[in-house]
Write a protein that binds this ligand. Structure first.
Ligand SMILES: Cc1cc2nc3c(=O)[nH]c(=O)nc-3n(C[C@H](O)[C@H](O)[C@H](O)COP(=O)(O)OP(=O)(O)OC[C@H]3O[C@@H](n4cnc5c(N)ncnc54)[C@H](O)[C@@H]3O)c2cc1C
Length: 476
């Protein structure tokens, strides 16, 4: 089948208007959010239903054409970007955007994969429920992308990752069959839990077209506090204490290192940082209280008072209103973007057991300072999950290109330390193409072989997002 026959066949699957082919039209789909990867798509197709996805995949399967599924394109690991060959089709889920059904009695919502995360949150709140997955890209990222990357975000501590919030999935297999696993069950022990294979598979096993997600009762009040701390060790101690104090009401425990603050202020000068002096670590704590506003505030005030009294913290503020709490979150949510605007930074999305976070941070900072004098350790993240975005910025007066040229050395140093602390080199952003080879370096060989076996079983022709997550299959 030549190119024009392929485009005509795709048009028959989804309608001519929904097959993009010119470089101008396909360009936004061919580059990732970080502008680190750029590829070239043979075409971008946007099916509007599961049946249309199936038709596209049947065609791609028959013609042996690789397919890269793309949701909101906010992924951090280049997972949704086609390669440069011009032979891959990008399948955009943006038209799979219906909220199919809310079952308030079962506390579930069934949505299509292209629904934007924020729209699910809104739909849940309209029926008096909470959909707790929350992350800074929630205005653009999609549920399909969230599930395909097993997204984390700011409420994992209380509600878990995307994986923990999905009860059922609908998936189109690489040969175009539709698996309807849209079960809204909290118990189902009928064999292998296939949905868990697709969750976190980054588009390498099939296309997720819809999901049944869990809803929760919304809290009566949410309040946020920010505390300044002398060290990461103090932050870990504080987390332990706040956990015991707040129990399940603790929904987020985030940390921000000192080096993040000037970068945020430079790129978002209108945002007011609440503290005069720069301290090593700031903790952002959120409680979701099921009693009342007053109870939420009093609980946080007690936490702050105790932390100050015991000299775990040096200062703190409490968001006295929803708006003030929101403003504190806004600071946290703009850190990624501020660092992207700053440029010349080397990102890491790592996790270590919470008990080892302080040792990891101390060792990494020390070794990086020794090897890369002046480098700024602008780490922040979800301490409650042991997950830090351990980003290293070029020294202020350094040549950014020369610094970034040493990226592999920085990665090796950080990831070797992660390994030494029994951690993971990709906590919530997935492997995509960014971490594929490094993951193979650190993963147990048996685990890697089992993963290859799963890929071979579910996508024997290797058509789904080739080159992502796993390298080429070993011979034989
Ligand atoms: C400012 C900012 C903050 C972020 N914060 C967080 C955070 O706190 N926590 C976090 O986990 N992530 C975070 N991210 C990363 C990103 O938002 C998440 O990975 C998100 O889940 C990706 O969703 P998406 O729809 O944009 O997916 P895309 O970027 O389009 O795709 C990501 C991967 O999923 C695959 N995929 C997408 N849709 C499907 C589907 N329907 N079926 C099968 N495969 C599919 C793609 O092929 C690709 O491999 C952040 C990103 C930004 C820009």
């Amino acid at each position: 089948m030549n190119r024009s026959e392929l485009l005509a066949s795709l048009a028959r699957c989804v309608g001519e208007r929904h097959v993009l082919t010119t470089p101008t039209d396909t360009a936004p789909f061919s580059q990732d959010w970080r502008r680190k990867y750029r590829g070239e798509a043979a075409a971008v197709v946007s099916p509007a239903s599961t049946a249309e996805v199936a038709a596209v995949l049947q065609l791609a399967h028959a013609q042996r054409i690789p397919v890269v599924t793309q949701g909101g394109n906010t992924g951090m690991s280049g997972g949704a970007t086609p390669d440069g060959s011009g032979t891959q089709i990008v399948l955009s889920t943006r038209r799979l955007n219906r909220i199919r059904h809310v079952d308030a009695l079962n506390d579930t919502i069934e949505v299509e994969a292209g629904v934007v995360l924020e729209a699910v949150q809104v739909a849940a709140s309209e029926v008096g429920r909470l959909f707790p997955l929350a992350l800074a890209a929630q205005g653009s990222c999609t549920i399909g992308g969230n599930l395909a990357t097993n997204a984390g975000g700011t409420a994992v501590l209380r509600y878990g990752n995307a994986r923990d919030l999905a009860l059922g999935l609908e998936v189109v297999t690489p040969d175009g069959r539709i698996w309807n696993g849209l079960r809204g069950l909290r118990k189902d022990n009928t064999g292998y839990d296939l949905k868990q294979l697709y969750i976190g598979s980054e588009g390498t096993l099939g296309v997720i077209t819809a999901a049944v997600l869990m809803l929760f009762p919304p809290p009566a009040a949410r309040r946020t506090a920010m505390l300044t701390l002398p060290s990461i060790d103090n932050a870990v101690q504080l987390l332990n204490r706040v956990r015991a104090e707040l129990g399940p009401a603790l929904t987020a425990f985030e940390v921000i290192s000192a080096a993040c603050v000037p970068v945020l202020q430079r790129h978002f000068p209108a945002m007011r940082w609440p503290f005069e002096t720069l301290v090593p670590v700031v903790a952002l704590i959120e409680t979701s209280d099921h009693e009342s506003e007053a109870h939420a505030r009093d609980t946080l005030a007690f936490v702050l008072e105790q932390a100050l009294e015991d000299e775990i913290a040096t200062d703190g503020v409490i968001g006295e209103s929803v708006a003030q709490s929101r403003a504190l979150w806004t600071l946290r949510e703009h850190l990624s973007e501020a660092q992207a605007l700053e440029g010349s930074h080397i990102k890491h999305d790592i996790a270590v057991p919470i008990s080892r976070v302080a040792a990891f941070v101390d060792a990494a900072v020390k070794q990086l300072q020794r090897g890369f004098p002046g480098a700024r350790m602008a780490w922040f993240g979800h301490l409650g999950d042991g997950n830090l975005h351990f980003n290293v910025l070029a020294p202020v007066d350094a040549d950014p290109q020369a610094f970034c040229a040493r990226q592999d050395e920085v990665n090796r140093l950080v990831h070797d330390l992660v390994q030494a602390h029994s951690g993971s080199i990709s906590a919530e952003h997935g492997l995509g193409q960014l971490r594929r080879d490094e993951s193979a370096r650190y993963k147990d060989s048996v685990e890697l072989a089992l993963m290859q076996g799963v890929k071979q079983a579910l996508d024997p022709l290797g058509l789904m997002n080739p080159g992502k997550v796993l390298g080429p299959m070993p011979e034989g």
